[in-house]
Ligand binder design. Structure first.
Ligand SMILES: *Cc1c(COP(=O)(O)O)cnc(C)c1O
Length: 397
């Protein structure tokens, strides 16, 4: 059994804050400052360039990749850390297209995060506009998977509504039609159990600064299924994905398996933060996390719906059909969220009208859920949101 009292004690949340935005940026683990201090002073400071060997920096992307891999059901040796999620989307997509050379259509949906779509557009342009990015409504994805599709590029959990796709079913359908399936797990990794190997995802990508708590700008991860690992073409052919980086060959030869998905010098300090965050995850069972996440999200939905009739639930009620966040719509969503944040309840807003609440059982409990619902009800009952300082949009919402 996961001890959620213990996990909660592993985070340093500001006093009086109820943090419901760990789906966007996870909070600081208490052990991270000391680990970073050590990485700075004892590793970088003392070891200088020797640290690449003596501190194991060069092997960190694979070592931490496997620890993230456990959380997404990946067989060891097939997940690596590096770059940003947008870059990993580009890598996965270009490799997948190369594995389906006779097909020209990339299928995604209108619930996907824009960066994934923008990366696809950029890749298509680079490839001479020979490909089509086909976007359908999320509920139409299954029917849109036909023999034309080269690859499906789908984010499992919708960043706005929390709606969750049926990953095994869509992957199976993609394979029946000869397509490959890329899964973006940005809102799944650390949010719910994922089984990339069992469910036969061809590629999976995600980030570590959301539910995994590795800090702002922490690197992404990529998983490549074992059957593709040595065939996937690394289009971003950087020297650390080379078979022998320190031979300094003039020509590129792809490294073995997942190593080829590395590009350049890894972000050692940010990986030290990831390592510390993963120490917490090592003591979390994903089934326990899911059970508690569903209990807390159900509780939040019930409390808000009972007391805030002007909010419309945007998240599916069906437990299987959602991730670990709850979203509501309101025309004044932005100002309401600002008023909530002013009271120490931190969620966020996504245009045009969505209030998002990430519910992460590692550090959120029943009392937080009840208090957050209380604040929300009070703000709506008294129109406390209707003040100029709450209506003024900031750059990051
Ligand atoms: C958060 C998120 C991203 C962000 O990509 P970065 O390159 O890390 O900024 C991309 N895709 C999805 C689905 C996301 O949720």
């Amino acid at each position: 059994m996961t001890d959620f009292t213990w996990t909660r004690a592993q985070f340093q949340l500001p006093h009086g804050v109820i943090y419901l935005d760990g789906n966007s940026l996870g909070p600081l683990p208490t052990a991270t400052p000391a680990r970073l201090e050590k990485a700075l002073r004892d590793e970088w400071g003392a070891e200088l360039i020797k640290g690449w060997n003596s501190c194991g920096w060069m092997a960190m992307p694979g070592r931490l990749g496997d620890r993230v891999g456990r959380l997404i059901g990946a067989v060891p040796g097939h997940t690596v850390i590096g770059d940003t999620l947008s870059i990993k989307v580009f890598q996965a997509l270009s490799a997948a297209l190369n594995l389906r050379p006779d097909r020209r259509v990339i299928l995604s949906d209108t619930g996907n995060f824009p960066s994934d779509l923008y990366m696809a557009e950029g890749l298509i342009k680079l490839l001479g506009d020979r490909y089509e990015l086909r976007l359908v409504a999320p509920e139409e994805v299954a029917d849109a998977i036909t023999d034309e599709i080269a690859v499906t590029l789908i984010t499992e959990v919708d960043y706005r509504t929390g709606r969750r796709h049926d990953m095994p079913a869509l992957t199976a359908r993609a394979h029946q039609h000869g397509a490959l399936a890329i899964w973006d797990l940005a809102h799944s990794a650390g949010a719910l159990p994922v089984h990339v190997t069992r469910d036969k995802a061809d590629f999976a990508v995600g980030c570590t600064y959301k539910y995994l708590n590795a800090g702002p700008g922490a690197p992404a991860f990529i998983y490549v299924a074992p059957e593709h690992a040595d065939r996937a073409e690394p289009v971003l052919s950087g020297w650390l994905g080379h078979a022998a980086p320190f031979d300094f060959d003039l020509g590129y030869r792809a490294g073995d398996g997942i190593e080829r998905m590395r590009v350049g010098t890894p972000p050692v300090l940010q990986m030290a933060a990831l390592e510390t965050a993963l120490d917490i995850w090592d003591r979390v069972e994903m089934a326990d996390l899911r059970a508690r996440s569903l209990a807390l999200t159900d509780r939040f939905i019930a409390a808000v719906e009972a007391r805030c009739p002007s909010l419309a639930l945007a998240t599916p009620r069906d437990n299987d059909a959602r991730g670990s966040q709850v979203s509501f719509r309101h025309p004044q969503g932005y100002a309401i969220m600002q008023a909530l944040i002013a009271r120490g309840v931190i969620g966020d807003f996504r245009a045009p009208d969505i209030l998002r609440f990430g519910i992460c059982p590692l550090y959120i409990g029943e009392a937080d859920i009840d208090a957050a619902a209380d604040h929300l009800a009070q703000i709506l009952d008294t129109a406390a949101w209707d003040r100029p300082e709450y209506l003024q949009r900031k750059a990051v919402t």
